[in-house]
Design a protein around this ligand. Structure first.
Ligand code: GLU
Length: 288
């Protein structure tokens, strides 16, 4: 059966992968296999300070050990390469230029700390993860349009007022996020010369013709932001399938800092991928 399904797995090599990553990537692989499609491996090594080549190599090795398999990637090549984001700068720059010329983005000299300090407390009923960029700091429309390069400054996307971003998640169903309430003006380019995650991932998913993005549900708000970028760039968005996050026995979300659960250490401790995939932990939260 031939299929146009194209999925991807896109780890950021800032540390060793843990079982939570493996489960998300495993689901991504299963969905690609079930659709008779292609799975792309993309190395999201954009941040030169935090990403390390040894973690990028370890991620591929550990996922192979775990049983993950992809058809295009840094190790295999393919028609949509290069598969390392650090080698795709010109595409990101082109997107920056289009957004800037169309007036969607503006240069911003506020640091993350400034924003955190000045912003109103986010909704009292939520964990304080999302800080809204204060609207009164926005420059007038058109500011920055004359720039020929991003330069040593941050650039933000001007989020529309009074708009709700809605999408149908393949697993979760209808999702909705309100602009300037659930998220505010977000970074698309960083002052250290690196595109921000939101921009890079949209440019790459579109250029690699990804038809379905499978990733953790911690990125649901990012999906809303990214849909605005797809629209601004005139690109067709993929489908989205957000996976539940894997928690440990105390209910804490697994993170790279939970060292005991890296794939590397599980392997060194003698665990087998098959039995990890049958464990109770693995199935926690997988309700469908
Ligand atoms: N590279 C991101 C991460 O490791 C995931 C990007 C995505 O799936 O959109 O968290």
């Amino acid at each position: 059966m031939s299929s146009h399904y194209r999925g991807r797995i896109a780890p950021t090599p800032t540390g060793y992968l843990h079982l939570g990553h493996a489960r998300t990537f495993w689901i991504a692989m299963e969905r690609a296999v079930e659709a008779g499609g292609t799975l792309v491996y993309r190395d999201e090594d954009l941040d030169p300070e935090r990403c390390k080549p040894e973690f990028a190599a370890a991620a591929m090795e550990d996922l192979r050990w775990f049983g993950c398999d992809w058809q295009e990637g840094p190790d295999l090549g393919g028609p949509s390469g290069p598969y390392r984001q650090s080698e795709r700068h010109s595409l990101f720059l082109h997107a920056w230029e289009r957004l800037k010329n169309a007036g969607y983005i503006y240069p911003c000299d506020k640091s993350r700390k400034d924003v955190a300090r000045a912003a109103q407390a986010p909704h009292a009923d939520e964990e304080a993860s999302e800080v809204i960029y204060p609207e009164h700091w926005r420059p007038p429309l058109g500011h920055g349009r004359a720039a020929s390069q991003p330069g040593p400054t941050n650039w933000r996307f001007r989020v529309p007022d009074e708009r709700t971003i809605q999408f149908d998640d393949v697993r979760l169903g209808p999702c909705a996020f309100e602009c300037l309430r659930d998220f505010g003006d977000f970074l698309v380019w960083r002052k250290d010369g690196v595109p921000a995650y939101e921009l890079a991932v949209v440019v790459d998913d579109a250029a690699m013709e990804i038809s379905e993005v499978v990733r953790g549900e911690d990125l649901l708000i990012s999906t809303a932001r990214q849909l605005l970028l797809y629209e601004a760039l005139g690109l067709k968005p993929p489908e989205f399938y957000h996976t539940p996050l894997l928690c440990d026995t105390s209910g804490q979300r697994l993170a790279k800092r939970n060292r005991s659960l890296t794939l590397r250490e599980l392997r060194e401790a003698g665990h087998q991928p098959e039995s990890l995939r049958q464990s109770e932990d693995w199935w926690s939260g997988l309700d469908d």
